[in-house]
Write a protein that binds this ligand. Structure first.
Ligand SMILES: Cc1cc2nc3c(=O)[nH]c(=O)nc-3n(C[C@H](O)[C@H](O)[C@H](O)COP(=O)(O)OP(=O)(O)OC[C@H]3O[C@@H](n4cnc5c(N)ncnc54)[C@H](O)[C@@H]3O)c2cc1C
Length: 726
């Protein structure tokens, strides 16, 4: 590979080479990121918690660049037709390449609008989208800015979104008039709040004339208190505004997101706050995960530059010498660690963009599903779930058939089956992206920072790497920290439809391995098999007290299994993107240049990452399979299967050599080898050991791939100067 992968390569990998609208959006987001945003960071705007005119100007730059309008439909002032998950993901990726806070400032506006977009009435959508759209040329108005208000002061809403203290009461309800509602809500850590014109706030009924919970829209000119609150003293994302607002306001009931009906004198919101939030977060969390992926990939170029130039200027390091030309890159460890960061960044980006594309596919099918079910009188979460059971059975049946089987084609032409299949996958990929990209990404950002030595933890570090490291931790926290994603995964990854899909993926990876053995696809298939075996085992296994292992309350079992799965799905996405490049690259004149080298390098990164994923799965599975079994001791029970030295002497007569095989021999006076007890047996888990043995062998070649990738990293050309100012 001669140069760093450019746009032509990324467009093919992340599948937007035929989307001119997205390419334009990406370019304009990049323009703002690498000028306005980079200058704000370089000039120290991150050093204040306050919302400053310069930060406000950044939002206007977003408006001018079309980033704000990317969320809207064309009739609302937008320019992208159809689903926008990939579009928003690409814009956020570009902004986060320079600064996570800038990306968040743009995303938070979308997050405020998302409840209205996903579940709002047509009137609500029209009003708030149009008001929030940037002004058209010649139009004299400022766009509205919004904030999403879920989190509340401790001890209320955080991870547990069910514990709401925000209250909704009827203020006034005259005959034949629309009810007026009283909203009492305090927010904690609310993004965009310093300048928000409206908020979407989650509240619970505190009135017998209102049922359940809902999300309400509050405008800053509504009657009552709309207190923007004090600024949060953040250590991260300082280019976005965060604060703790207080609301005590009177609003018409038409502000309930998604509307309401009146039944028996009670206002019944059409959607509970939980239903609205679920629809919102399952999309927006993907974008957050991509922000951390951008950070990892953005770190590559500054680190290479630093490593190469490390000794230039020193006596003895003259141009042409290895010390001058290669600097720290003479050393294998420096290269290998950078390869690890790069491989993780590739996998994170591939996973995140795969999830964003999946939601683009899912959005229209989901609408179709809702319409079909509504035609049959089925509405609402539980009723829908029940009605889709038959489609789930069909989906599982179809996944057992060959791709060209007419029965499979017939089953999968049913939109409800299509929905079930995509939904099952999306329910895993979204939390996996949020959890793995941000959590593991934050760890890998530390690695990137460490590669810059002392420079890495200074404000002068090119690429703002230390800020990105810390920012990654916020990305792991907001919109639900890791426990929330793990909790969700423990449920969605055990769906029968998803497990059937995994079996297909195992076959898919084995098949890829026949044509592209250097990608690590075979090792990944073996790791997927081990994960499946372990999950099956844990679902029936018990601990020494007879308590079930795979259980909702037993996070020590379920959460590590969720973590392990994330490694696998990320690695799979990375391999699929590399294959896409290999297949389509030759037809793109720009990507085709030096393509073989690029594909080779990216395949090597896939191999490195697949080996790392396999290692994680093997470690986690072994701990869970064996960790809940008691280790035998040197007691009667533990020694029951051991030979005594006397027995061995006798056996030696008929079976010469047996003494050499017996490891846990008990001596005449009860003496035994110096260790914890007789070695643990493998009753019931021999298949696991067989899988583990196989997996170890599957790692063959992965370190050769790492060596090759390291060699490329030591030679790849980088631009003369960083792509934005330090
Ligand atoms: C800069 C910033 C911007 C934000 N922007 C917004 C915004 O715009 N709107 C908004 O509504 N909110 C916002 N938030 C709030 C954010 O979403 C919450 O902080 C986040 O969801 C975590 O909640 P918490 O802080 O209460 O953490 P906690 O719930 O106290 O979690 C603390 C730790 O305990 C773990 N934990 C908690 N519960 C469990 C459990 N059941 N099982 C296992 N482990 C558990 C968590 O994983 C975490 O590690 C923002 C936060 C920050 C810092």
């Amino acid at each position: 590979m001669l140069t760093l992968p450019g746009d032509a390569v990324r467009q093919i990998q992340w599948r937007y080479s035929d989307r001119y609208d997205l390419q334009m959006l990406l370019q304009s987001a990049r323009g703002v990121a690498r000028t306005t945003v980079a200058q704000l960071v370089a000039s120290g705007e991150r050093n204040t918690h306050e919302w400053t005119p310069a930060k406000a100007a950044m939002l206007e730059a977003f408006d001018r660049a079309g980033i704000t309008a990317a969320f809207m439909e064309p009739e609302e002032g937008g320019f992208i037709v159809g689903p926008k998950n990939l579009a928003l993901a690409l814009a956020a990726f570009e902004l986060a390449w320079v600064d996570g806070g800038a990306a968040t400032a743009s995303l938070a506006g979308f997050l405020a609008l998302a409840p209205i977009h996903e579940r709002g009435t047509a009137e609500q959508a029209q009003r708030y989208m149009s008001l929030s759209a940037p002004p058209q040329p010649g139009e004299d108005r400022k766009p509205w800015r919004g904030a999403f208000v879920l989190t509340e002061p401790i001890p209320y809403v955080g991870v547990d979104t069910g514990m709401l203290s925000g209250k909704l009461r009827v203020a006034q309800w005259n005959d034949r008039e629309e009810p007026m509602l009283l909203v009492d809500k305090r927010g904690r850590f609310i993004t965009n709040i310093a300048f928000a014109n409206f908020v979407t706030a989650a509240v619970n009924s505190d009135d017998e004339r209102i049922k359940g919970s809902c999300v309400v829209i509050l405008e800053d000119t509504d009657e009552g208190v709309f207190d923007h609150g004090t600024a949060t003293k953040k250590l991260v994302h300082q280019l976005s505004s965060t604060g703790d607002p207080i609301f005590n306001m009177k609003v018409p009931a038409s502000r309930i997101v998604g509307g309401y009906t009146v039944k028996g004198g009670v206002i019944v919101p059409n959607f509970s706050h939980a239903e609205v939030i679920e629809a919102v977060f399952r999309r927006t969390r993907v974008t957050v995960g991509l922000m951390t992926a951008a950070k990892l990939l953005s770190a590559i170029e500054p680190v290479i530059r630093y490593q190469r130039g490390r000794f230039r200027g020193a006596e003895g390091a003259r141009p042409g010498t290895v010390r001058y030309e290669q600097g720290i890159q003479q050393r294998e460890d420096a290269l290998h660690r950078l390869v690890d960061v790069w491989a993780a960044g590739e996998a994170a980006a591939s996973l995140g963009f795969a999830a964003a594309r999946l939601f683009d596919e899912l959005d229209p099918i989901e609408k179709q599903k809702t319409a079909i079910l509504a035609e049959h009188g089925v509405t609402g979460g539980r009723a829908e779930m029940k009605a889709l059971r038959e489609s789930e059975k069909l989906a599982i049946e179809s996944l057992r058939l060959r791709a060209d089987d007419p029965r499979r084609i017939e089953i999968e032409s049913d939109p409800l089956v299509q929905y079930v299949l995509k939904d099952a996958e999306a329910n895993v990929l979204c939390p996996a992206t949020k959890l793995w990209n941000t959590g593991h990404g934050a760890n890998m950002m530390r690695e990137a920072v460490s590669l810059m030595g002392g420079y890495g933890i200074t404000e002068d570090c090119p690429g703002f790497l230390a800020s990105k490291w810390m920012d990654a931790q916020l990305e792991a926290t907001y919109e639900g920290p890791e426990a929330v994603q793990r909790r969700q995964l423990t449920i969605t990854m055990t769906s029968e439809v998803f497990l059937a899909q995994i079996r297909i993926w195992i076959r898919e990876m084995r098949h890829i391995a026949t044509t592209h053995p250097g990608t690590g696809a075979c090792a990944l298939a073996s790791a997927f098999e081990m994960w499946l075996w372990t999950l099956n085992h844990l679902q029936t296994a018990t601990d020494t007290k007879g308590a079930k292992l795979y259980h909702g309350q037993r996070q020590g079992v379920t959460f590590p299994m969720a973590d392990a799965l994330c490694w696998l799905v990320a690695s799979r996405a990375q391999i699929l993107d590399t294959l896409e490049l290999a297949a389509k690259g030759p037809f793109d004149p720009v990507a085709a240049e030096g393509l073989d080298g690029t594909v080779q390098f990216l395949s090597d990164l896939c191999h490195v990452q697949a080996a790392a994923a396999a290692g994680e799965v093997s470690r986690i599975s072994a701990e869970l399979v064996f960790g809940y079994r008691a280790h035998p001791g040197w007691n009667e029970q533990g020694c029951s299967l051991c030979f005594t030295s006397v027995e061995l002497d006798e056996l030696e007569q008929t079976m010469p050599g047996i003494s050499a095989i017996a490891v846990d021999t008990i001596g005449i006076e009860g003496t035994h080898p110096d260790k914890a007890g007789p070695c643990a047996g493998c009753t019931g888990v021999t298949d696991f050991l067989r899988l583990q043995n196989r997996l170890a062998g599957c790692l063959s070649g992965s370190r050769l791939a790492k060596d090759r990738a390291a060699e490329t990293v030591s030679k790849v050309m980088i631009p003369e100067a960083l792509d934005y100012p330090a």
